[in-house]
Structures are given as structure tokens and as C-alpha cells.
Design a binder for this molecule. Structure first.
Ligand code: ZN
Length: 510
């Protein structure tokens, strides 16, 4: 199966560059089912005295389902009905890299309960622990080592449970509505060599989801096990990060104030962002340009210089186009790292080495609007940001680069044909885990068929398509769109009276 996957991935990359789910590893991730439900960290008792060894049980939220019986609305009278996250977190992260590649972290997180529930626990994603020997995906050769030293709440040591990437902190004093507690988590970790996003590649460290991320709360914790696709979710938060490194590194991160020079000490800050990604890199070349008040920086290995300037040129065009057509990009810096395959983070994206990768560069930048600013749950509704991001990419080809639709949608049409030759298409709106073991179906249904269906709904008119995305962005910036809200908006925009018009790609069975 694995070999088939890799052959498929190679084909995808040949067709049109590589998006985040087409970097091979990602497809493998899609294959991971949610195993690992046992607690397996018994050996670490010495350092984890407060580690309670029982299965984690916590109150879970449920996803909002589509209601196809709702009356058709008009856009003029349309009122946004998103649900607010019922907690708030702000993060101060103190990160030290020691000589032996061990990261030491003290994460101080202020957590506020905005729900009506009285909490006796808090649930965090703790993704470094998904890559330990016990938990890592089989195909990953290297592993992470993770050790929690201590967890304090308001300076008192508390009990916790750690199981796969679920970190449950048991509160000695319940947290009521509008109350706040300061959680201090001290831990160390190493990253897998050639890992998945949390990784050391050559001399570079790539740190994605490296700190405890508070799970959103909607009458229950919105936490799924890490494993299938992007099965983590987080709300908008403020961050400050102090870093201490043994030597000078190039720093690129989600912050707006990455230093210009290499450095070994510094303080970074990011406001109102969904997560804080950072990299420490050695010996990378950089090209920069100021566009519309944003500094774009593209980093590549010295031996991989051939596409850096082209990526910078394309990123500048893309940023200008999306600023003009959707709304202003919110950060002072936009970093593009040419390593690690395609993936989006606030203020920074990664693409594969080499090129041309035009589709990936545009796609990951489009995510700054659809994911970075308009949120959706990547586990329950992966199609929402992926379809809109991909559609934005094709519209850029048409309106920003004057390509005809036949050329602009080449990738989508080729992949759709390839997908159909493998059997019946799955709907585009399933949960990430429902495509487990079917990476082709995932890519074709979630990304490509959805883009083509939106194109058809737009009457094959790129201006209508851009208007659909612009209005969506302006209604939902810094909110979280769920399946039903997407349906309400899409029906109102395109005036879809009968939802069976969507049944070629949207299932109402979920
Ligand atoms: Zn994407």
C-alpha cells in the first residue's frame, strides 16, 4: 500500500507541484487511524511524579451538522451565525535549545473559561508526544523524546494525564465562567530527524505545534487525536516567545518581528494568530522584497537557488492580488521556506525544495486568508479551507496571470480524471478520518473536485468566484466557520433553493 501511495504522490508532484497533502508524508498521515488509546508512559515515572496513569476521559464537543431544510436566505439580509469559542488563552513560551539538540520549554499559558460549564480539567494538544517511540507513525524512522517536568497552576503543582497527544490537566480548584488560571508547563523535547513538520532536516530545526495548544471548547473540548490529516485545532491567541540558542541561527517564525540578522537570543511576538510556528536555520540563502507594507522573505538552501527569485516574484504578485481581491494580509512579514513540503502557518509557509511549485506557493499563501484569518475545524471540515484556498489559486491563475480556464484548471481536471479511474468519488465534505487509507480520494474530493464544483456554481465566471471568496472572507474574518454556516452562506450567495443541486459533491448524510 505504501508503495502505491508513493507512486501516487510522485505522480501528483509531476502533475502540478505539491500541496501540503501531497508531500508524501502527509498522505501517510492520512493513513494513520486513531490508535494508541492506552497510556504507555509508565517508564517515565521518575520525572513525571504527577503523571496520573489512567485513560483520559473528558467531555467532548460535537460537530455542527448541515441542515438542508433551512430556508434559502438572501445575502442582503444575511446574518452570520458562527459559534464563539468558549475559552481564551494567551501564551508566553520560553524556549532554550541545548547543545545536544534538546529543547527545554517553560510554557506559561493564561487560560480563561468563557463557557457556562465548571471545569475540573483542561485539555491541550501536546503534539511532540505524538512522535515518541510508542506513539509515532510506523513509517517515521526517527522519533521525538518528550519529558514533562512539572505542571503548575497558579504556582501549585497539579496532576495530569498524557496519552498520545492528549494532555489533560486536573484542576484542584474548579474553573468557573469568566475565571482565569495560569498554567505553567515545563518540559523538554527533541524532534525527529526528517520528521513531519516538527523536524530536524540537515542543520535546520522546524518547529510546528511544539508547545501545548489549548483545545477550543464548545460545550465540550474540541479535541481529536492527532493522526489523520490536520487533526489539531486551535483558536486565535496572542504569543510571546523568548528563545535562547547555543549559537547563531536564521530565525523565521509566525512573529512580525523576526530578526534580520542571525541571532541566538531574542523575543518574538505574534498577535491574534491560530498557532506559532518557528524555524531555526543554518546556511540558507534569502531573497526579500517589500510589498504593500509586508516584507516577503524566501529562504532556500544554497544548492537549491534556482527557484528562489521566481518564488519571490510569484509571492509578491499573489500577495498583491489577494490583498486587492479579499482583504489586507495582516502581518508585516511573510516567510516562505523552501524545504519540508507545502504547509501553511500564520505569517509563514513551507514549500518543497526546487520548483517550479507555483501551485503550492499560491495555495499556501491563499491559506493566510482561508485558515489563517477565517478559521474552520481541520478535522471535521477539511474541505472548507482547502476547497476555498484551492479555488482562490485557480482564480489567481485566471485573473492574476490571464490564463484561460482550461489552462488554469489543468491540475484539477487531471487529478479528477485520475481519481475517477480509481473508482467512485467520495463526497468532498467528510471528516478527515473518513478518507483514511484513501489519499487519492482525499486530494481529489477535498481539494480538486470541490474547486471545480465551486467554479460551476460561479457560472464559470472568475469575477463571481472572487466575489464569493471576498464576501466570505469579509463576513468571517477571525471567526470559525462550521459545515452548516458554510452551507448557509453558499446557498445565499449562489441562491441555491434546492440543496440536491450540491449532491454531486456534498453529502447530507453525515
Ligand atoms: Zn492547503
Amino acid at each position: 500500500m505504501k508503495r502505491v501511495l508513493f507512486a501516487f504522490m510522485a505522480l501528483l508532484i509531476l502533475v502540478a507541484g505539491c500541496s501540503k497533502e501531497t508531500n508524501g508524508k502527509k498522505e501517510e498521515e492520512v493513513n494513520q487511524s486513531e490508535e494508541n488509546t492506552e497510556v504507555k508512559d509508565g517508564e517515565k515515572e521518575q520525572v513525571e511524579e504527577k503523571h496520573v496513569e489512567e485513560a483520559i476521559v473528558f467531555k467532548k464537543s460535537s460537530p455542527i451538522k448541515m441542515d438542508k431544510s433551512l430556508p434559502l436566505e438572501t445575502l442582503d439580509a444575511f446574518k452570520v451565525q458562527t459559534r464563539e469559542n468558549e475559552n481564551e488563552a494567551s501564551y508566553h513560551l520560553d524556549l532554550t535549545l541545548k547543545e545536544d539538540d534538546v529543547f527545554d520549554v517553560v510554557a506559561t499559558i493564561n487560560v480563561k473559561n468563557l463557557s457556562q460549564d465548571v471545569w475540573d480539567d483542561m485539555i491541550f494538544h501536546f503534539i511532540p508526544n505524538a512522535f515518541t517511540e510508542e506513539n509515532k507513525p510506523e513509517y517515521l524512522e526517527s522519533k521525538a523524546d518528550v519529558s514533562i517536568r512539572e505542571i503548575l497552576i497558579d504556582d501549585n503543582s497539579v496532576d495530569y494525564r498524557l496519552q498520545h497527544d492528549n494532555l489533560q490537566i486536573l484542576l484542584e480548584h474548579p474553573l468557573h465562567q469568566n475565571e482565569e488560571q495560569e498554567v505553567k508547563i515545563s518540559y523538554s523535547f527533541t524532534v525527529p530527524t526528517d520528521g513531519i513538520r516538527l523536524s530536524k532536516m540537515g542543520k535546520n530545526f522546524y518547529l510546528a505545534q511544539w508547545y501545548p495548544m489549548l483545545s477550543p471548547y464548545h460545550s465540550g473540548w474540541d479535541k481529536m487525536d492527532y493522526g489523520a490529516g490536520e487533526s489539531y485545532h486551535s483558536d486565535f491567541s496572542n504569543f510571546t516567545v523568548d528563545y535562547h540558542l547555543p549559537e547563531d541561527f536564521i530565525i523565521a517564525s509566525s512573529a512580525d518581528n523576526d530578526p534580520i540578522q542571525k541571532s541566538r537570543e531574542g523575543k518574538l511576538a505574534g498577535e491574534n494568530i491560530k498557532e506559532f510556528y518557528m524555524t531555526f536555520m543554518k546556511d540558507m540563502n534569502v531573497s526579500k522584497r517589500e510589498v504593500d507594507g509586508t516584507e516577503i522573505r524566501v529562504f532556500s538552501y544554497p544548492e537549491d537557488d534556482s527557484h528562489r527569485e521566481k518564488h519571490l516574484e510569484l509571492a509578491a504578485e499573489t500577495l498583491l492580488f489577494f490583498n486587492e481581491n479579499f482583504g489586507q494580509y495582516p502581518h508585516k512579514q511573510l516567510d516562505i521556506i523552501m524545504d519540508e513540503g507545502g504547509m501553511e502557518y500564520p505569517g509563514i509557509v513551507t514549500v518543497s525544495k526546487g520548483g517550479p511549485n507555483a501551485h503550492t506557493v499560491i495555495h499556501e499563501i491563499a491559506h493566510q486568508w482561508f485558515y489563517g484569518m477565517v478559521s474552520n475545524h481541520p478535522y471535521y471540515t477539511p474541505w472548507i479551507d482547502e476547497a476555498l484556498t484551492n479555488y482562490a489559486t485557480y482564480l489567481f491563475f485566471m485573473k492574476g496571470q490571464n490564463q484561460g480556464p482550461g489552462t488554469a484548471f489543468t491540475r484539477a481536471n487531471d487529478l479528477l480524471q485520475m481519481g475517477k479511474s480509481h473508482g467512485p468519488m467520495k463526497p468532498s465534505n467528510l471528516h478527515t478520518v473518513d478518507y483514511t487509507g484513501q489519499p487519492m480520494s482525499y486530494v481529489v474530493s477535498v481539494y480538486e473536485n470541490s474547486s471545480l464544483e465551486l467554479w460551476e456554481l460561479s457560472g464559470e465566471n472568475a469575477d463571481v468566484g472572487l466575489d464569493y471568496l471576498r464576501k466570505y472572507f469579509n463576513l468571517y474574518a477571525y471567526k470559525e466557520v462550521d459545515a452548516n454556516e458554510w452551507l448557509r452562506y453558499t446557498r445565499a450567495f449562489f441562491q441555491i433553493e434546492d440543496v440536491s443541486q450540491l449532491s454531486d459533491w456534498i453529502s447530507f448524510e453525515e
